[in-house]
Write a protein that binds this ligand. Structure first.
Ligand code: G6Q
Length: 554
C-alpha cells in the first residue's frame, strides 16, 4: 500500500537496494563464492572456527560454518552501512514513527527499558507508563499466585487460560513452554487461540469454572477469534458456577489498548492491563500480553526476562556491526536469500523447552518481512523474507534433516543450544550437545566419495552415501535457559528481523497481508449461517464450496 510522498516523513532516503555499490559488489562476489567449499575455507585458515565468532551478553555465536570469506563480511557490512542501518536503529530507539504505513513508533525496546530511561513519543516519556503497568501486573500476579485473589465462590484460582491469537498468543505460549521450569507448578496454564471450537473445548474440559481465570489478550479487543472464544468462555463460566453476570469480574481480566470494548464485554477496567499502539502484536510478549508469563514464573523472573531483552537491545544499539550478533545474523540470511536463492531458514533448538520457539519465530520473521513492496511503495526486484521453520533437536534429525543433508535445496540452519541443562539426567545432555556439534560438522564438511569408498562401500552404493557438505549453519550457544536467556534470544531475532527489513527496505512493522482474508470471512459467515439460500456472488469454486457445506451440514 503506497503512502503519499508527503506523509513519508520517516522513509529513509536510500537508493534502490539493487543500485547500491555494495549490492552490486556482492552480486559479483557471490559468483566467485558459489564453487568455494567450507572444507577449503577451513583448511586455508586453521583459526577460522575461533575467528568467525562473536559474543554478547552471554550469547555466543559461531558463524564460521557459513559460505563466507572476510571479503563477504566486508561487503555485507558495507551493505548495512549503505542501507542506513545505523541511523535507522537510532530512529527506532528515539521513538520515531518508522512504521510509516500505520504512522506509529516501533518501541518494543521501551518495554524493557530501565525505570530511569527516557523514551519520548508524541512529547511524552513512555518509560514511566511501562513501569506502572509492570507494577500493576506484579501486584495482580502476586495476589493470584498467593491464593489471595479468589473466584466468585471464594476458591483460589488454579487454572489460567489465555485467550488471544497471533501476537497475543504465540509469545505467551512460547514463553510458558520455554520457562516451564520456573513456573508455579500448582497453577495450570492453557492457551486458546483458534476459532475452531475444539481449541476451547479441549482447553477447559478438565477445569472447574470456579477455579478458572481467563485472560482475554487482545490489543484491539475486536479480533474475531478472540472475541468469539471470550464470549464462549463467559457462557461456560456462568454455566459452571451458576453465577450471575457480576461474577465475570472475578474470573476475567483483559490485556488490551481498548478500554471501551473491555468495559462493554463486562470486564472491570480496574482489571485491565494496558499497552500502547507503538507495541506491535508480534513484538508484545514482554508487554502486558506477557501477563500469563508473569503469573507462571512470578514478577521477579519476569523482570529477569526483561533484563535479558534489554541487554541485547543495548548490544544492538551500541556494538560495532562486525561484532553485533543481530546484525551478523540478519546479514547472513540476506546473503543466502538474495545471493544463493535460499528459500528458507531452519531454526533448530536443541532444548526441549524451546519446542514452540520455531512457531514463535515464524510469525516474528514472516509477518514482519513477508513484504514485496518497499517503504516508498515500489515493488521489489529481489527476494525478501525467507520461510522460517523448525523443530527441536534431536527429533528433526530423524525426520527432515535428510533433505538438509542430501536434498537439492540450500537450507541455512540456526542451531541453538545451552551449555547447562535444567534437568540433568545421566548422560542425556552430553548426548544432546554431541548431536548439535555433529550435525553442524556433517552439514559443513560432509563425506567425500573417497571417504565413502575407503569404508568398503561397494561402488554402486557410493553416490547414495556421499554427503556433499557445504551446507551453512550458525550455532548459538548460551549458558542455561533462564528467563534472562530467553529474553536475549528473542531480542536477538527481533533485531535480526529489523536488520533484514532495513536492508530489504520494507516496513517490518505492518501486516496488511492478513486483512483481505479477514474481510472475506466476515462476508462469508452470514452466507453459511443464513436460514434461506443466500445469493452468492463469489467465483464458481467458492460458491460451490459454500453450497456444498450448507447442504452437508444439514
Ligand atoms: C501481530 C499481528 C497479529 C495480532 C493478532 C491479534 O503483529 O498484528 O498477529 O497480534 O491479529 O490481534 P489483537 O491482539 O488485536 O487481538
Amino acid at each position: 500500500m503506497a503512502t503519499p510522498v508527503a506523509e513519508q516523513t520517516q522513509a529513509p532516503r536510500i537508493a534502490p537496494l539493487t543500485n547500491l555499490k555494495s549490492w552490486r559488489a556482492l552480486q559479483a562476489h557471490a559468483q566467485q563464492m558459489r564453487g568455494v567449499h567450507l572444507r577449503t575455507l577451513f583448511a586455508d585458515d586453521p583459526k577460522r572456527g575461533e575467528r568467525l565468532t562473536a559474543e554478547a551478553a552471554g550469547l555466543f555465536l559461531d558463524y564460521s560454518k557459513n559460505r563466507i570469506t572476510d571479503e563477504t563480511l566486508r561487503l555485507l557490512l558495507e551493505l548495512a552501512e549503505e542501507s542506513g542501518l545505523k541511523p535507522r536503529i537510532e530512529a527506532m530507539f528515539r521513538g520515531e514513527k518508522i512504521n510509516i504505513t500505520e504512522k506509529r513508533a516501533v518501541l518494543h525496546v521501551a518495554l524493557r527499558a530501565p525505570k530511569d530511561e527516557s523514551i519520548v513519543v508524541d512529547g511524552e516519556n513512555v518509560v514511566p507508563q511501562v513501569h506502572e503497568v509492570l507494577d500493576k501486573m506484579a501486584a495482580f500476579s502476586n495476589r493470584v499466585r498467593s491464593g489471595e485473589w479468589t473466584g466468585h465462590t471464594g476458591k483460589p484460582i488454579r487454572n489460567i487460560v489465555n485467550i488471544g491469537i497471533g501476537g497475543s498468543d504465540l509469545g505467551p505460549v512460547m514463553a510458558y513452554e520455554a520457562l516451564r521450569h520456573f513456573s508455579k507448578r500448582d497453577l495450570n496454564f492453557r492457551f486458546v487461540s483458534n476459532v475452531d471450537g475444539t481449541d476451547f473445548a479441549e482447553a477447559v474440559h478438565d477445569f472447574e469454572a470456579e477455579e478458572t481465570l481467563f485472560i482475554v489478550s487482545s490489543k484491539t479487543f475486536t479480533t474475531l477469534e478472540t472475541m468469539t472464544n471470550a464470549h464462549t468462555a463467559r457462557t461456560w463460566l456462568l454455566k459452571g458456577i451458576g453465577g450471575h453476570q457480576s461474577s465475570v469480574a472475578k474470573h476475567f481480566v483483559a490485556v488490551s489498548t481498548n478500554a471501551a470494548e473491555v468495559a462493554k464485554f463486562g470486564i472491570d477496567t480496574a482489571n485491565m492491563f494496558g499497552f500502547w499502539d507503538w507495541v506491535g502484536g508480534r513484538y508484545s510478549m514482554d508487554s502486558a500480553i506477557g501477563l500469563s508469563t508473569m503469573l507462571a514464573i512470578g514478577p521477579e523472573n519476569f523482570h529477569d526476562l526483561l533484563e535479558g531483552f534489554h541487554a541485547i537491545d543495548e548490544h544492538f544499539r551500541t556494538a560495532p556491526f562486525e561484532r553485533n550478533l543481530p546484525v551478523l545474523l540478519g546479514l547472513l540470511s540476506v546473503w543466502y536469500t538474495d545471493f544463493f536463492d535460499a528459500q528458507t531458514v531452519a531454526i533448530l533448538p536443541y532444548e526441549q523447552y524451546l519446542k514452540r520457539f520455531p512457531a514463535y519465530l515464524q510469525q516474528l520473521t514472516m509477518e514482519s518481512n513477508g513484504k514485496h513492496v518497499t517503504l516508498s511503495g515500489d515493488t521489489v526486484n529481489y527476494a525478501t523474507g525467507p520461510v522460517y521453520w523448525g523443530e527441536p533437536g534431536t527429533n528433526g534429525q530423524h525426520s527432515f534433516y535428510q533433505l538438509i543433508h542430501q536434498g537439492t535445496r540450500l537450507i541455512p540452519c540456526d542451531f541453538i543450544a545451552f551449555v547447562k541443562t535444567l534437568n540433568p539426567l545421566g548422560r542425556h545432555h552430553d548426548m544432546l550437545l554431541a548431536n548439535v556439534f555433529a550435525q553442524t560438522e556433517a552439514l559443513a564438511f560432509g563425506k567425500t566419495p573417497e571417504q565413502v569408498k575407503a569404508e568398503g562401500t561397494p561402488d554402486w552404493l557410493v553416490p547414495h552415501r556421499v554427503f556433499e557438505g557445504n551446507r551453512p549453519s550458525n550455532t548459538i550457544l548460551a549458558g542455561e535457559l533462564t528467563p534472562a536467556a530467553l529474553g536475549k534470544l528473542v531480542a536477538l531475532y527481533e533485531h535480526c528481523v529489523f536488520t533484514q527489513g532495513t536492508i530489504w527496505q520494507v516496513n517490518s512493522f505492518d501486516q496488511w497481508g492478513v486483512e483481505l482474508g479477514k474481510a472475506l470471512a466476515q462476508r462469508i459467515i452470514p452466507e453459511l449461517e443464513s436460514e434461506t439460500e443466500p445469493k452468492l456472488a463469489h467465483d464458481s469454486s467458492t460458491n460451490n464450496l459454500i453450497r456444498r457445506y450448507r447442504k452437508q451440514k444439514e
